[in-house]
Design a protein around this ligand. Structure first.
Ligand code: HEM
Length: 217
């Protein structure tokens, strides 16, 4: 598994696969393939892909540990940047097609509609994570501070879900929201379980050196 993930073609392949939803939307926009309401389709699809990439990023560590595939870690930065790419396209689509790029109107809408405010907060929080995803930023911040900052991804996932839930509340249609919420709950639950397991293992008394030597003899 690790050998496959370390293949020189693996990263370009993940890059192309991550770009496919965007390419599909661009293709649809130029071929009249986005349905009766292309603007709504664009805003919703890019919102969906932002949430999907956040889930994919959250899945990297559990998969890496469970499948003993350490090489998966090399894709995390790219996948995180794709979450940011899709939220920027989502924000731009909303700003252009819903609001005609009228900045004062956009500011008013953010303040007026709570679900937009929650989405915007998630976007604001995601920005420093994207900006500090490079090696130089990790060095400048120091590993501990960088890790603490990047734990914001859990808050962002929660805000993304709340944004989605709130948006669907008007239509009383929560099925998809619950599927994403279940995925995020499993991914975060695994982290809590893994952390508790590690703590328990650290607290267990280590066997005395003699007993260890006898065991290995
Ligand atoms: C991490 C940040 C964000 C995530 C994860 C996210 C995710 C989503 C999702 C999943 C949807 C629903 C798509 C569907 O119905 O299938 C959505 C819709 C929407 N989002 Fe976001 N979003 C985020 C940020 C934003 C921001 C910054 C704005 C604008 C300031 C925004 C504005 C909207 C709008 C206008 C809709 C469509 C509402 C409608 O069609 O009635 N979102 N978003």
């Amino acid at each position: 598994m690790n050998k496959l993930l370390m293949h020189p073609a693996a990263k370009p392949l993940v890059f192309v696969l991550s770009l496919l939803p965007f390419a599909w939307l661009v293709y649809g926009a130029f071929t009249d393939g986005l349905g009766a309401n292309p603007a709504e389709h664009l805003i919703r699809s890019t919102g969906d892909w932002t949430l999907r990439f956040i889930c994919i990023v959250l899945a990297v560590t559990p998969l890496r540990v469970i499948a003993k595939a350490n090489a998966l870690a090399r894709f995390r930065r790219m996948l995180g940047l794709f979450a940011y790419f899709y939220v920027v396209v989502h924000l731009l689509s909303y700003s252009l097609f819903d609001m005609g790029f009228d900045i004062p109107e956009i500011a008013k809408d953010i303040a007026k509609r709570p679900f937009i405010l929650v989405g915007f907060t998630a976007f604001v929080l995601l920005t420093p994570l994207a900006a500090t995803s490079f090696n130089r930023a990790i060095k400048a911040l120091g590993a501990k501070r960088w890790q603490a900052l990047h734990r914001l991804v859990y808050v962002i996932a929660g805000l993304g879900l709340l944004h989605f839930f709130w948006m669907r509340a008007g239509k009383n249609d929560f099925a998809e929201v619950f599927v994403y919420a279940a995925i995020v709950a499993v991914l975060l639950g695994w982290r809590v379980w893994n952390f508790a397991n590690k703590k328990r293992a650290q607290q267990q008394p280590r066997p005395a050196p003699v007993a260890r030597a006898q065991r290995s003899a």
